[in-house]
Design a protein around this ligand. Structure first.
Ligand SMILES: Nc1ncnc2c1ncn2[C@@H]1O[C@H](COP(=O)(O)OP(=O)(O)OP(=O)(O)O)[C@@H](O)[C@H]1O
Ligand SMILES: [Mg+2]
Length: 374
């Protein structure tokens, strides 16, 4: 059970909840989480657009749903994953269309804006919106009305916009991937969900909360954490944040005898034989690679971060022969994040993309092959 000082909010509307959201409750115990919750609850009733920033698995979508619950809006909560939008269909998905607006548009259809009218439109991974669509979105937000493709009559909108991102949108603006004017529109209120390693006061209450939740489901009524397991949980860096904590405790419960969780039941990346590896979980560099990166940065090559990120994804996919599940595991990412990055770099499989051929960069050294650098 969570301690008395933790705030636990029961989530309603299970049927409207996506399968990826498995929590039955939101829990806030660390003082920074409680402050964030108070801030969210203050802004919830207004219709100011909110931008939620945070690493993967920190609870951005749960917070967005909570904002909607507290907004008093009667309309629905519509979640759109901007990282998974097909560019060709995006416009009709967002704005709707009339019959015959384009080839294949048999009947009329309302878009996401209309569907969310009177409620909340949640733009998840908003940093992945294609630039062309960003312009159109901005226009709709400014005009507060939408025109279906193939129609003339504008439809007035009354929508609360909540967006989420796990990338720094200011950096995306600087890199030319995101429009500054749209950013200004989205982040009238900015809520930052800190990574779990920065709110360690949440770790054990959340762990006990997940244990009790999964314990009930698995028929293990009062699962406990040993003192050694608690100290592993507290010392771990949690790159996958709350989702990783939840998964690892669920998995631990399946393997633990008599509901007592010991370090050996916790399968955490970089933690060996029940002891946090030194340095903890996320390595900071490798001999050789670190020097090459330093050289590359010093050479003032453009877009270094983008290109190294792309190379890493390409190599992960190549080593896994294009298998995304394996590549994600090798790279220490969730498949969801891997696919988002693949989309960003134009690497989602299509007849024109081959992962094993012609990596853009020479992998032995992080520089362009000589033939391409001219
Ligand atoms: N405050 C919380 N209390 C209880 N469970 C939580 C909390 N925050 C997150 N979770 C759990 O973590 C999981 C991930 O939450 P959510 O999907 O909202 O994260 P996210 O930040 O949107 O992740 P991503 O960036 O990968 O989409 C949820 O299914 C839920 O089980
Ligand atoms: Mg999410």
């Amino acid at each position: 059970m969570p301690p008395a000082t933790a705030t636990v909010l029961t989530l309603p509307l299970e049927d409207k909840t996506r399968p990826s959201i498995r929590a039955k409750a939101l829990l806030f115990a660390d003082p920074s989480s409680q402050a964030l919750l108070a801030q969210a609850e203050r802004v919830a009733p207004s219709d100011a657009p909110v931008l939620i920033c945070g690493e993967t698995g920190t609870g951005k979508e749960l917070l967005a749903r909570h904002l909607h619950e507290l907004s008093g809006r009667r309309g629905p909560f519509i979640a759109v994953n901007c990282g998974a939008i097909s560019e060709t269909l995006a416009e009709s998905e967002f704005f709707g269309h009339e019959a015959g607006a384009f080839t294949g548009a048999a009947g009329r259809r309302e878009g996401w804006f209309e569907a969310a009218n009177g409620g909340t439109l949640f733009l998840d991974e908003v940093g992945d919106l294609p630039l062309a669509l960003q312009v159109k979105l901005l226009r709709v937000l400014q005009e507060r009305e939408v025109v279906r493709l193939g129609a003339r009559r504008p439809i007035p909108l009354d929508i609360r916009l909540v967006s989420a991102t796990n990338v720094d949108l200011a950096e995306a603006v600087a890199a030319g991937h995101f429009r500054l004017d749209l950013l200004y529109r989205l982040n009238i209120v900015a809520l930052r969900l800190p990574p779990l390693r920065e709110r360690t006061g949440d770790i054990l209450p959340l762990a006990r909360h997940f244990l009790s939740h999964y314990g009930q489901r698995l028929g293990a009524p009062r699962p406990q954490l040993s003192a050694a397991a608690e100290s592993i949980l507290l010392g771990y860096a949690w790159p996958g944040n709350i989702r990783e904590l939840e998964n690892s405790l669920h998995c631990a419960l399946l393997t633990a005898d008599h509901g007592l969780i010991e370090p050996r039941h916790l399968s955490l990346r970089g933690v060996v034989a029940g002891r946090a590896a030194e340095p903890a979980a996320v390595p900071v560099g490798w001999p050789g690679l670190t020097e090459q990166l330093a050289e590359l940065i010093a050479s003032a090559e453009p877009d270094v971060h983008q290109r190294v990120e792309r190379l890493l994804i390409e190599q992960g996919l190549s080593a896994s022969r294009g298998n995304q599940v394996q590549a994600a595991a090798r790279l220490g990412l969730t498949r969801h994040v891997l696919r988002t990055l693949m989309k960003r770099h134009g690497l989602l499989p299509s007849p024109t993309v081959a992962f094993h051929k012609e990596p853009q960069w020479n992998t032995a050294r992080l520089v362009r092959p000589a033939s391409r650098s001219a």
